[in-house]
Design a protein. Structure first.
Length: 282
């Protein structure tokens, strides 16, 4: 696919997906959605990639649906996603409950980190909700936005926000569509940390590097799937599933290496990575 509104780069095992419509503050369009899904699928299938970072070019992360697209919906009196049957399906097939727009993040085999470099609204706020970890710069504005346009909460925001920050706090943001800042978002538990604009990407990459250096690839994969599957099921099922995985994963070479590295007080050299072929640092 020709990339017109995104950029993609891989460095040291980390794929960065850039939303790249800076002149429109990375406002969401069907083209942007198509390219984003294509790049997620590309990163998830690449054995060199072990973590994914999502950020925006320019001064915005994503300010929601493009104004021209919103006007078009208004004229038609209906919603047109602007995508077609060729849309990539990253993360699909892991679990039926993940096979939907944005929920597909949960089916990916690699962690996704949002580096929120500027304002985020509507769908632009929903996207980082489906990332595993969220970092942001101080003092930027967020909003669910939908209420002021006579729209429902978009793309699972009504499901995600209560689980991220609790029902009462989420209700405040969802029912008022008020603007809140990234500083308040930190206090609410929506973002994990704030970094100065000139440090955001460096700190995000450092966090991702620490994760993929110290945690086994299959542990990252299975733990992510456990977390998001457990949002749908009872605790007994969660416990039984963890016991099954425990028995399976203890037979893997990465478990034996993890134990050796722990006893020897060193960073593990995961055998599964060697089996996947040359790595970025080789």
């Amino acid at each position: 696919m020709e990339l017109k509104v995104t950029e993609y780069e891989v460095n040291a095992g980390i794929a960065t997906l850039w939303l790249n419509r800076p002149q429109r503050m990375n406002a969401w369009t069907g083209r942007l959605h198509s390219e984003y899904r294509y790049l997620l699928a590309r990163a998830d299938s690449d054995p060199i990639v072990r973590a994914i970072v999502v950020s925006g070019r320019g001064k915005g992360f994503c300010v929601g649906g493009d104004a021209q697209a919103l006007q078009g919906h208004s004229v038609r009196g209906s919603y047109d996603p602007g995508t077609d049957a060729s849309l990539a399906q990253p993360g699909y097939g892991t679990a039926p409950e993940f096979d939907a727009a944005f929920a597909y993040h949960f089916g990916l085999s690699k962690p996704v980190i949002a580096a929120i470099n500027g304002p985020a609204a509507g769908v632009g706020l929903a996207l980082p909700c489906f990332c595993d970890v969220r970092f942001a710069v101080p003092g930027v504005k967020f909003t669910t936005a939908h209420g002021k346009l006579n729209l429902p909460a978009e793309y699972g925001l009504s499901w995600m926000l209560p689980r991220i920050m609790g029902l009462g706090r989420a209700n405040d943001l969802l029912l008022t569509s008020r603007v809140f800042t990234s500083d308040e978002a930190l206090a609410l538990g929506f973002v994990n940390a704030l970094f100065a604009p000139d440090r955001l990407m460096a700190e995000t990459y450092a966090y991702a590097q620490q994760m993929i250096r110290t945690v086994a690839p299959n542990s990252l994969r299975q733990t992510r799937w456990q977390i998001y599957r457990d949002l749908h099921r009872d605790v007994a099922t969660s416990v039984r599933e963890s016991e099954t995985l425990l028995n399976q994963m203890m037979s893997e070479a990465d478990y034996r290496e993890g134990v050796r590295a722990f006893m020897e007080k060193r960073t593990p050299a995961w055998p599964s990575l060697a089996e996947a072929g040359p790595q970025p640092d080789d």
